[in-house]
Design a protein around this ligand. Sequence first.
Ligand SMILES: Nc1nc2c(ncn2[C@@H]2O[C@H](COP(=O)(O)OP(=O)(O)OP(=O)(O)O)[C@@H](O)[C@H]2O)c(=O)[nH]1
Length: 392
Amino acid sequence: MDGYLGIIVIVAVIAVLAVGGMFLLFRPSRRHAPPVRPPEAPIAPERERVVPPGVTEDDTVTTTVPPPARPAEPVAPPKPEIEVPPPSAGRLVRLRARLARSQTSLGKGLLELLSRDRLDDDAWDEIEDTLITADVGVAPTRAMVDELRTRVKVLGSRDHAEVRGLLREQLLAQIGTDLDRTLHTAPHGERPAVLLVVGVNGTGKTTTTGKLARALIGDGRTVLLGAADTFRAAAADQLQTWGERVGAEVVRKDEGADPASVAFDAVSKGMAEKVDTVIIDTAGRLHTKTGLMDELGKVKRVIEKKATVDEVLLVLDATTGQNGMRQAQVFAEAVNVTGIVLTKLDGTAKGGIVISVQRELGVPVKLVGLGEGPDDLAPFDPEAFVDALLGD
Ligand SMILES: Nc1nc2c(ncn2[C@@H]2O[C@H](COP(=O)(O)OP(=O)(O)OP(=O)(O)O)[C@@H](O)[C@H]2O)c(=O)[nH]1
């Protein structure tokens, strides 16, 4: 019996050992289980980090986790410093001295003639010539001379202040004080305003685009520029320099690229980045009216797939007189011009072109260029302009 019991005990011990061995052999392996990360501490948002006084932010970082060694980065060339331009309000008053040439021939010339004691026919002819020479245009000159003759007769003897008042009134009547000269640059909700700058080459389109971007940025707007003058790589370079100086992004493509595609990309980017105003500089080297219409029409149509064109600004060089006017007319027929930018008024005695260009194109002068400097573009203000011509 004892022998039996011993055998049972031995068998039981062997059975326990075998089960234990099997368990050890076939227990679930942990080797392939996904690594379990320790819970990460939440990252405090940048603004909520509190740095004790006297301790720099760097100190707090390096004392806890040393920053990993970074590979040496190539040193980028220093970016040009972004300039902060002055606001555009009151610029024409500040730049009035730039109209000195027109002031001498048109303003002072007329004041002297009209102050003569006796105004005979010769004197009136001289007055007419002065107005024509200053590019006022034939019809507005006739209208002014007729009105002045009547008023002078009524006045009889005249002092300087009366003559000045009379001339001021007549010039303002011809320029028009009630034309809408608002430059539509404000965004439409999330959509930027789009301005198209057109005109014959060399009139100052690129310079005007750059100056306008500066003025808008000075007034607190965000601006993106489109270099759709793809005829000349230098034009895009020129625009890029303007953009870099004031912090306006420039969309450009290679020389010869489709101007409409540049305009489209510029507007798309302006919308994505929610800028306030997109200004597109176009090329002026178009020899036929059909070519011009096709190209500018395409640029406009393509933009209008995404946004509206708020302004088409026609840039006209004030020194080119009637010749420039004829070329400008071709542009006005090709696109629906909403405003004129009269450049280089500082370089001419023919300030009267303001009157004739508005009359011939039926569009108000909205901006005037009074020099090559970055802030020499001013909103056109008829009263400030006439006061500058007539002096004090
Ligand atoms: N004095 C003066 N010069 C100006 C004015 N506006 C532009 N200019 C100059 O006119 C020249 C031509 O200007 P751009 O802006 O290159 O003319 P553009 O119409 O873009 O010419 P393209 O690029 O050839 O089509 C430059 O030397 C400008 O500095 C102005 O109001 N007064």
